[in-house]
Ligand binder design. Structure first.
Ligand SMILES: Cc1ncc(COP(=O)(O)O)c(C=O)c1O
Length: 406
C-alpha cells in the first residue's frame, strides 16, 4: 500500500478505496503541475503574469488548412472511425514529404502510420518495445514523455548526460557495456526541446551504428524539424543507409503548422517496428479524425509556403529576446532550432527557486530546467510564444526587478 504522502508527491489525489498503480505513483513529481499551482496562486493574489512557461504555440492554424479540414468534415464519409493506419491520401502525402524534404523513400502502406500527435506515438512505441527487463537510453534534459513512458511500463531509463560543451549531444562512448546489453530503446530529439540544440547528420551515423551493434531501436522525435534558423536544415536519421531497420521517427504538425489542438503527427520507419507500433495503437485507440488528416495532408503538400512565416516569426522573437537578455548579462548563444531559449540560472539559485523568484518579483513565468530531468537543474527555459513586444516587456520587468545574470 502506498502512503498518502507519497501519492501527494506525485500530484495524484488519493480517492477512497482507489490506489493508483505503483508505476504511476513511482514517477518523479511532474514539475509542470507544481508550476501550474504556483501560477494559480500568483494570479489569485492579483499578479498579471507574462506566461512564457508552456510550449503551446500562440498562433492559429493557417486558414487554408482550416478550410481543408472544414470541407472534409462536411463530407459524412469522414464521420466514421478513421482507418487504423491513416487515410490513403494522408499516408501518400507522408511518403511525398519524406522524399522531397529528406530524400528518404518510405512506403506509405507499410512504413508510415498516422498518430494523434508525436507524444502519444512515442508513449505507444515505448509500450511496444519496453518492459520490466529492458532499459531505455534517454538524454538527461528531456521532453517529459521521453523519460516517463518507460516507467509507466515498468522499465528502467538510463540517463545520458547532455553538456553544453558538446552542443547538448550525448556521448555514446560513456555508456557502460552492461547498460548497452539491456538497452532496447534510444530516444533522441533534435532540434531539441528544451535546449534548442540541433544535430548534424554525422551524429545520427553514430547513433545508428550504436543501435546496430547492440540491437537497439532509435525513437527519433523530430517535432521541431522545420523550426530551424540561420540556414540550418535538420536532417533525418533515416538518411543514414540501413537506418530504417533500427529507427522509428516521429513527426508532428503541432509546431510547424500551429496544429497542436488538432492532435496529429506520423511515424515512419522499418516495417516491423511500424507494425509493432500499429499493433499497440489498434489495442488502445482509433486514431485521428479523417478530416484532420485531410488538413494535415494539405499542410505537408504545401509545407514550404506554410512553414516560412512560422519560422520567420520565431526567429524574430528569438532575436528580440536574446538582445534583451544580453543587456541583463546572459551571453548564451541563440538556439538554431526549436521555439525555446535555454538559459543558465544565476549563481545561488536552483531551477525551481529561480522560477519562483521570477514569478514573485517580475510576474514572468518560465519553466524550471529540472522539469526536463536532473540535468536541467542549473537552467531555465523561456518559450518563444509571445510577440517581440511582450518578450521585450518581460525583459523590462526583469530589469525593473533588479535581475541580472552573474
Ligand atoms: C520534443 C517534443 N516532442 C513532441 C511534442 C508533442 O508533439 P505532439 O503535439 O505532436 O504530440 C512536443 C511538444 O511540446 C515536444 O516538445
Amino acid at each position: 500500500m502506498r502512503s498518502a504522502a507519497s501519492l501527494r508527491a506525485s500530484a495524484i489525489p488519493p480517492t477512497a478505496g482507489l490506489v493508483p498503480s505503483r508505476r504511476l505513483t513511482d514517477l518523479p513529481t511532474y514539475v509542470f503541475a507544481w508550476l501550474d499551482s504556483l501560477k494559480a496562486k500568483a494570479r489569485a493574489r492579483g499578479a498579471e503574469l507574462i506566461d512564457l512557461g508552456m510550449g503551446n504555440p500562440d498562433q492559429p492554424t493557417p486558414p487554408a488548412i482550416v478550410e481543408t479540414i472544414a470541407k472534409a468534415y462536411a463530407d459524412p464519409s469522414t464521420h466514421g472511425y478513421p482507418p487504423f493506419r491513416g487515410t490513403e491520401p494522408f499516408l501518400e502525402s507522408v511518403g511525398r514529404y519524406m522524399k522531397t524534404r529528406f530524400g528518404v523513400d518510405v512506403d506509405p502502406q507499410t512504413e508510415a502510420l498516422c498518430l494523434s500527435g508525436a507524444k502519444e506515438g512515442i508513449a505507444h512505441a515505448t509500450i511496444a518495445f519496453a518492459d520490466e527487463t529492458t532499459v531505455t537510453l534517454v538524454p538527461d534534459i528531456y521532453y517529459p514523455v521521453h523519460g516517463r513512458a518507460t516507467g509507466l511500463v515498468g522499465g528502467k531509463s538510463y540517463l545520458l548526460p547532455l553538456r553544453s560543451e558538446r552542443g547538448f549531444l550525448p556521448d555514446f562512448r560513456d555508456i557502460p557495456s552492461e547498460v548497452l546489453g539491456a538497452a532496447r530503446l534510444l530516444i533522441l530529439n533534435y532540434p531539441h526541446n528544451p535546449t534548442g540544440a540541433v544535430a548534424p547528420l554525422a551524429f545520427y551515423r553514430d547513433a545508428i551504428a550504436l543501435c546496430r551493434d547492440y540491437g537497439i531501436l532509435l525513437l527519433s522525435d523530430l517535432a521541431y524539424s522545420e523550426l530551424t534558423f540561420d540556414g540550418f536544415v535538420a536532417p533525418s536519421a533515416l538518411q543514414i543507409p540501413g537506418a530504417k531497420d533500427y529507427t522509428i521517427e516521429f513527426h508532428s504538425f503541432s509546431k510547424t503548422f500551429n496544429m497542436a489542438g488538432s492532435r496529429i503527427g506520423f511515424a515512419v520507419g522499418g516495417r516491423d517496428a511500424i507494425d509493432a507500433l500499429h499493433a499497440v495503437r489498434t489495442n488502445v485507440g482509433y486514431g485521428t479524425p479523417a478530416a484532420i488528416q485531410a488538413g494535415a495532408a494539405y499542410a505537408l503538400d504545401n509545407v514550404r509556403d506554410l512553414e516560412a512565416p512560422v519560422v520567420a516569426r520565431y526567429a524574430t522573437r528569438r532575436d528580440a529576446l536574446f538582445n534583451g537578455l544580453r543587456s541583463l548579462g546572459w551571453n548564451s548563444e541563440p538556439p538554431r532550432g526549436s521555439m525555446f531559449a535555454w538559459l543558465p540560472v544565476p549563481n545561488g539559485f536552483g531551477a525551481q527557486q529561480w522560477t519562483e523568484h521570477l514569478i514573485d518579483t517580475a510576474e514572468v513565468v518560465v519553466t524550471p530546467g529540472n522539469a526536463f530531468g536532473p540535468g536541467g537543474e542549473r537552467f531555465f527555459r523561456v518559450s518563444l510564444i509571445a510577440e517581440p513586444e511582450i518578450l521585450e516587456l518581460a525583459v523590462q520587468r526583469l530589469r525593473d526587478a533588479g535581475v541580472r545574470y552573474e
